[in-house]
Write a protein that binds this ligand. Structure first.
Ligand SMILES: [Fe+2]
Length: 314
């Protein structure tokens, strides 16, 4: 059982599919077109979308593509309804990201079996997502240890994914940047409060301890396959192009691009946020500091330039 959204512009078809699914006692919602379907999907994400392909205005292909391109909804299975033997529509559907197809006229047992099977799969992906949610709440708990950095994770996720969009990165990378904004410092869970929250400069051995947060975070994320794209951000967001960063002293573009992006927004956010030992730096001075880091050979000029351009328009 699950929440199924049926989409068709012909009311009779909606009623027919509703009746066919009735024995399985799913919760059913209906939408009369692609645009209404997208509104409902965003307002209350269903467990499955069963959608006709031929509809006026926003058709089934466009609505399916929009669902699959949005990181918040891309794991919702979409089944497209095509007419029998319509191979061209199936190819278009696959390109739009459809998970399965059913043909009209409906074969009731087949339709019900497909819906049940995709709802079972959705349960597994929900489990994966809840593991992600646990990781994010862990990151927010760590953030809450130091009240002066409240909202830091949210800010970083936003800055980083906006920069990613400017650089025309794909949806998977954008999602990694958004999650990396929350998870990049998750390894701080292993750093004692006395060091993490210390007012004033750190002793060399304390600094060495702080550096461990990248390795601890990487180990935590390694347990979760769903975080494979986020792991490099967690491990490498403190690397510098000249090899003077940590934990691995990577040089140049051997530091993954997503980690370089997170490194830039992390520094900017840290400088412009109030800390126990100093006040927040104005944006213009923080921008100067980032340019100095480019001149020192720590960061890529094009990435810092694109980021500062973005900040200027905020
Ligand atoms: Fe960090």
């Amino acid at each position: 059982m699950g929440l199924v959204l049926i989409v068709d512009d012909i009311p009779g078809n909606l009623r027919l599919v509703e009746a066919l699914l009735e024995p399985d006692q799913h919760q059913v919602r209906t939408a009369g077109g692609g645009a209404e379907a997208l509104r409902l999907v965003r307002a209350q994400p269903p467990d499955l979308v069963l959608m006709d392909v031929i509809m006026p205005f926003v058709d089934g292909f466009d609505a399916c593509r929009a669902i699959k391109q949005d990181p918040a909804t891309r794991l919702i299975p979409v089944v497209l309804v095509t007419s029998l033997d319509d191979a061209a529509s199936r190819i278009r559907g696959i390109e739009a990201g459809a998970d399965d197809f059913v043909s009209k006229p409906f074969n009731a047992p087949e339709l019900r079996a497909r819906v049940r099977s995709l709802l079972r799969m959705k349960c597994y992906t929900d489990d994966l997502e809840s593991v992600d949610a646990v990781m994010v709440s862990l990151a927010l708990t760590i953030e809450a240890r130091d009240r002066t950095t409240g909202g830091h994770c949210q800010c970083l996720a936003q800055y980083a994914s906006t920069l990613g969009r400017t650089l025309r990165l794909d949806a998977e990378d954008l999602s990694a940047l958004a999650r990396g904004g929350f998870l990049h410092d998750v390894g701080k869970v292993g750093i004692p409060d006395a060091v993490l929250l210390k007012r004033g400069p750190l002793a060399p051995d304390e600094y060495e301890l702080i550096k461990q947060h990248t390795l601890i975070g990487d180990r935590l994320c390694s347990e979760l396959r769903s975080l494979h794209k986020v792991r490099p951000i967690v491990r490498h967001h403190h690397e510098r192009l000249d090899g003077s960063g940590y934990p691995d002293g990577l040089r140049g573009d051997t530091t993954p691009l997503l980690a370089q992006i997170m490194g830039i927004v992390d520094v900017f956010d840290a400088l412009t946020t109030e800390r126990p030992y100093r006040t927040a730096m104005p944006t213009a001075l923080a921008a100067e500091e980032l340019r100095r880091e480019v001149a020192r050979g720590w960061r890529r000029a094009d990435l810092v330039g694109a980021f500062l351009e973005q900040v200027a328009h905020c």
